[in-house]
Design a binder for this molecule. Structure first.
Ligand code: IFM
Length: 482
């Protein structure tokens, strides 16, 4: 069993926003209903060998048909905000053009129910499920996809309007670009490093164009954010070669997003690092101005840390790699061929990810130092374990409680040191389709029986409810009795 390393009892400000997060393809199901067209994840998950056990999101946790019940669960937990994503191909089945009203109605109804329950809707427009039609035309390697995204953003903004508390353009574009087009362990499963770099730029461009479309539709003061999974990577030693390995990872994992999005320029080093792969001619005059629009908040997704040395990354076989992602014959780390990820000391979650709350403190402090006026929120944080319902009808997920306990204390520590963190969204509200790992890894604070779709609050959900109720981090051992 994993034990906590930090004290309980830290109080949070009364206006701190407590939430939980999900994503469309991971929970909705109803893949063929009410006019929804396939996304790249439908195609990918139905391709043999791509997802563990051949799992797909066809049914997922059937959230599409269970919104009233699921919102009631959120209300029972006292959630103040719910972060969900919109499935692009439900709203614009062909990616652009004709709007599917039934798709929009689904999200409009969800938003109404959330507001009626006193829960603020936090909408992510893109959480990896690109309409397949757009992928057939080149997907994120094509500039046109960024413009299609802006069209889609405008349609959703118009429909949901000011009922949305916070808009998020993209979730974790690093994964879309490098796992989708680099290592290919995510949809669309392309393994071309140059394509991954083009995808980076077109995702960045999509963010800028999408943010502008939202504000054009709803007003300049409409709150817009983007969520990044910034990688906290450490050099294995102070040796220059190891430090350079870390620098290359930082550049391709973090700086290619932070630079253009928040500073208006790509890091110069990335052009040299990737010179053998791409000339970056997909960056056109004026693009950086389009990308570098003001954001009201930066979403931070944090799970674990990495450690690198100068070396040769092993050729992967699809099993979990030491970088925390599935390994592949083609590296996700474009331009960092000599950066070798080392196994991290434990404890680890069921994803094989190490548990290191201090990494979150370090990340938040670094971001605050670099962008002192930019508010932050933890838009994802959580842990996968192999949870089961025990004879008492409960799910005693003490390891997850310990994980959340320590990471929340880490958030509080960073806030005490001056970081402006506005809220926290536990990943995930429900057990769900964990991408290439299918339903094998459970991230939810609410357990889902995939045969019956019965939802059961895990101890972590009860503990989180107590935290929201009191505003103070409860002792982890109290979870089993709440
Ligand atoms: O499940 C994912 C989520 O969709 C994006 N961030 C990481 C989570 C855990 O892998």
């Amino acid at each position: 069993m994993i034990s906590t390393t930090r004290p309980s009892g830290r109080p949070f400000p009364s206006d701190f926003l407590w939430g939980s997060a999900t994503a469309s393809y991971q929970i909705e199901g109803a893949a063929h209903e009410d006019g929804r067209a396939p996304s790249i994840w439908d195609t990918f998950s139905h391709t043999p060998g791509k997802v563990l056990n051949g799992d797909t999101g066809d049914v997922a946790i059937d959230h599409y048909h269970r919104v009233p019940q699921d919102v009631a669960i959120m209300q029972d937990l006292g959630l103040q905000a719910y972060r969900f994503s919109v499935a692009w191909s439900r709203v614009l089945p062909a990616g652009t053009g004709a709007v599917n009203q039934a798709g929009l109605d689904f999200y409009s109804d969800l938003v109404d129910r959330l507001i009626a329950a006193g829960i603020k809707p936090v909408v992510t427009l893109y959480h990896w499920d690109l309409p397949q039609t757009l992928e057939d035309a080149g997907g994120w390697t094509e500039r046109a996809t960024a413009y299609a995204f802006a069209e889609y953003a405008r349609v959703v903004a118009r429909a949901l309007g000011d009922r949305v508390h916070l808009w998020t353009t993209l979730n974790e574009p690093w994964c879309s670009a490098f796992l989708g087009y680099g290592s290919g362990v995510h949809a669309p499963g392309v393994t071309e490093p140059g394509a991954a770099l083009a995808a980076v730029h077109h995702l960045n461009l999509a963010h800028g164009l999408g943010a502008a479309a939202i504000r054009d539709e709803l007003g300049a003061d409409t709150p817009v954010s983007i969520t990044l999974n910034l990688h906290v990577t450490r050099a294995a030693s102070p040796a220059p070669a190891d430090v350079e390995a870390k620098r290359r990872i930082d550049t391709i994992a973090n700086e290619v997003f932070l630079g253009p999005l928040l500073e208006g320029a790509y890091p110069q080093q990335v052009f040299a690092d990737t010179a053998a792969i791409s000339d970056w001619s997909f960056v056109q005059d004026g693009d950086l101005e389009l990308i570098h629009v003001p954001v009201d908040l930066l979403g931070v997704n944090y799970y674990s840390t990495g450690r690198v040395q100068h070396g040769t990354p092993p050729v992967g076989d699809g099993t979990p790699g030491p970088d925390g992602h599935r390994s592949s014959a083609v590296s996700a780390w474009v331009g960092a061929d000599h950066a070798e990820f080392l196994p991290q000391p434990g404890p680890h979650t069921a994803m094989g990810w190490n548990i290191e709350p201090q990494g979150l403190v370090d990340l938040l402090l670094e971001l605050h130092e670099r962008y002192p006026t930019l508010p932050l929120a933890i838009t994802e944080n959580g842990a996968a374990f192999y949870d089961t319902v025990t004879d008492d009808g409960r799910v005693h997920d003490a390891d997850r409680v310990a994980y959340l306990h320590d990471h929340l204390d880490a958030v509080g520590e960073a806030m005490d040191k001056g970081v402006d963190v506005r809220g926290y969204f536990v990943w995930s509200l429900f057990d769900n389709f964990e991408w290439a790992y299918g339903y094998d890894r459970r991230f939810g604070v609410v357990h889902v029986d995939y045969d019956t779709q019965v939802r059961t609050l895990k101890d972590s959900a009860r503990w989180y409810r107590e935290l929201i109720r009191t505003g103070v981090i409860p002792a982890p051992e109290s979870a089993a009795t709440l």
